[in-house]
Design a protein around this ligand. Structure first.
Ligand code: GDP
Ligand code: MN
Length: 336
């Protein structure tokens, strides 16, 4: 009849599945992916690379979060990509939607103003919900309570290099709290009043801020003004206990109450970065120089010996580190 001819490869040709690596120890850590059902193909792409380059050896679990229930199809395709545990969480409404005490008239006027200024996502409420959630709520999700360290992963990112060591253990052993690959300047239109609130908070809570902080990453004039530098939060390897601690919790609540997530368009990147730079000692911030990473439109590509040591495939000539819009030089300067 008309059925197509397909020859099955006999089992004898197959190597055993992934070798089981013996690991002497593991950190208390997970991947975190906030995605929509419509992000399936993009997040499969990111996750497949992560498995191939790192996690097939290290077997860390995944937590996927969504403000709507994941479809059965979504769960099936994601779970098939890994041997590790995968959990799917539904975000409680009150952690996601615009809070009732926000003045919607004021918020919609602000959105309209930003649309007219052509600010990216300026007119979007869901984007603002996402930024507020990532700033102050993801680490409170029930599925994440058992974990301390996390690696944030977004759809459609690229991992260029082999990661043959455990970055979570490095964080844990060296008491790091925040790891990044790319840093840059924030759009001023999204954060007109953010820094004045941060300054007021610092004034009210001087005891929460260690002397060897990283304020010099955020400000070129000792805290007077914000230079708009932030770590690009679509990649983060960090310590959730740090976000759960008194300093950051108080800062988030303080900022949330000002309403700037909706009256402006505060991103989770500047909010996390300000928290990390103020409440951690500067040595607790870590630049993952050996992790080749791309989120459109920028990439970090390891240079020199690091490129070969990590078996990277990115073009070393395409590297954001010291482009004019990068803040890496200000991170470097912390340690000079
Ligand atoms: P960009 O990187 O700033 O351009 O923003 P993205 O569109 O990549 O969003 C950042 C992250 O939040 C990604 O992981 C998205 O999948 C996720 N995200 C954005 N909006 C929503 C949303 O409305 N619902 C859910 N569940 N996830 C979202
Ligand atoms: Mn993104």
């Amino acid at each position: 009849s008309g059925s197509p001819y397909r020859e099955t490869i006999p089992d004898q040709y197959y190597k055993p599945a992934d070798p089981v690596y013996t690991l002497d120890r593991k950190a208390n850590a997970t991947f975190v992916m906030l995605v929509r059902n419509s992000d399936l193909s993009g997040i499969m792409s990111s996750m497949k690379q992560l498995e191939d380059r790192f996690n097939r050896k290290f077997n860390y679990p995944y937590v996927l979060l969504n403000d709507e229930p994941f479809t059965e199809e979504f769960k099936k395709y994601i779970s098939a990509l890994t041997h590790a545990d995968v959990e799917f969480g539904l975000i409680p409404k009150e952690h996601w939607v615009q809070p009732p005490w926000i003045d919607e008239k004021k918020a919609s006027a602000a959105r309209e103003g930003m649309v007219n200024q052509n600010v990216i996502y300026g007119g979007s409420v869901p984007y603002r919900n996402m930024c507020r959630f990532n700033s102050g709520f993801f680490y409170r999700q029930e599925l994440l309570q058992k974990y301390r360290y996390y690696w944030r992963v977004e759809p459609d990112v690229k991992f260029f290099c082999d990661i043959d060591y455990d970055p979570f253990l490095v964080m844990q052993d060296q008491q790091k709290v925040y790891g990044f690959t790319i840093s840059l300047f924030e759009y001023p239109e999204t954060i007109p009043t953010l820094w004045q609130h941060v300054r007021a908070f610092i004034k009210e809570n001087p005891g929460l801020i260690p002397v060897d902080n990283a304020m010099a990453f955020l400000s070129d004039d000792g805290g007077e003004s914000y230079n708009r530098c932030h770590f690009w939060s679509n990649f983060e390897i960090a310590d959730m206990d740090f976000w759960r601690s008194e300093g950051y919790s108080k800062l988030f609540d303080y900022l949330d109450e000002k309403g700037g997530f909706y009256y402006e368009r505060w991103g989770d990147a500047p909010v996390h970065s300000i928290g990390a730079a103020l409440f951690a000692r500067k040595e607790q911030l870590h630049f993952f120089d050996d992790i080749g990473y791309r989120h459109e439109p920028f990439q970090h590509c390891p240079q020199g010996d690091l490129h070969s040591k990590s078996k990277c495939w990115c073009d070393p000539g395409q590297n954001f580190d010291y482009e004019w819009y990068s803040c890496l030089n200000k991170y470097d300067a912390l340690f000079k």
